[in-house]
Design a protein. Structure first.
Length: 258
């Protein structure tokens, strides 16, 4: 079959915005895009109805450029066109799409039908993708501007209207703190709680509490880092229920704020 002219229209329903690997089964974001087109000959007459071999690819340029999806030479599907030449397919039905495919705003869909490569069509935003009602399984990113949690008109970078829950960890042994920690309860004496590199976590807070009746808990900076904890390498908690709150200055030290 020779196709010298093709008219195609596309609707994009559910372009992947989140990391697929972390989505829950009950709230998964679709890993494909619904597309529709119409196949005609040079005179505008529909091509014969029936099954045809389609291959889909996504590039970063209108011509040439780099193929960003799929890893194989293309996603091959058998698609049936109707009597008017119309067809519908789910791009990504065989080779699932991921958020990394759309890491840049410039993406072009290439469709090959029975060995005839059609002109690429740019992927654009569907109207309601500008506003996301809910986000499930997000795994990172940044927000430019003010963020309100249960607050319609935030006035600070983070404005929370309501209670906040943070991680609490009990430890009976020496431990190195990381990004999953917030409140640390030291339940044994003679242990050392080591802070991470201050430069790796600017502004991070930790609250550490000693719940021992007897004994000392040592709060220490990362060994060999050159960091300081209010000018010292260590601080001791020697009294039961004594606590300390520290914050990283983002450079080379931790500041005791309580």
């Amino acid at each position: 079959m020779t196709m010298t002219e093709v008219a195609m229209r596309y609707w994009f329903l559910g372009v992947v915005l989140l990391s697929i690997t972390t989505l829950t089964a009950t709230a998964a974001v679709p890993t494909n895009i619904s597309v529709q087109g119409r196949l005609t000959d040079v005179n505008g007459s529909p091509l014969p109805a029936g099954s045809k071999s389609f291959t889909f690819r996504i590039y970063d340029a209108q011509s040439g450029g780099n193929k960003v999806w799929p890893a194989a030479s293309g996603e091959m599907q058998t698609v049936t066109s109707g009597s008017t030449g119309t067809w519908i397919a789910l791009v990504g039905a065989i080779e699932p799409l991921s958020d990394s495919v759309f890491s840049d705003t410039v993406r072009w869909l290439e469709v090959e039908v029975d060995s005839t490569v059609l002109p690429r069509v740019r992927l654009v935003t569907s109207p309601y993708s500008y506003r996301v009602a809910t986000i499930d399984g997000a795994t990172g990113g940044s927000i430019d501007g003010h963020l309100g949690v249960s607050e319609m008109n935030p006035t600070s970078v983070l404005d929370v209207n309501g209670s906040i829950a943070t991680a609490v960890r009990y430890t009976s042994g020496s431990t190195d703190l990381d990004e999953s920690d917030n409140v640390i309860i030291a339940a044994s004496s003679g242990i050392t709680i080591t802070l991470p590199l201050a430069a790796d976590c600017p502004g991070r807070h930790y609250m550490i509490k000693n719940v021992n009746q007897l004994g000392t808990v040592t709060i220490a900076v990362h060994e060999g880092s050159g960091d300081a904890l209010d000018g010292n390498a260590t601080v001791l908690l020697t009294v039961q229920y004594q606590s300390i709150t520290v914050v990283s200055d983002g450079l080379s030290g931790w500041i005791i704020i309580d």
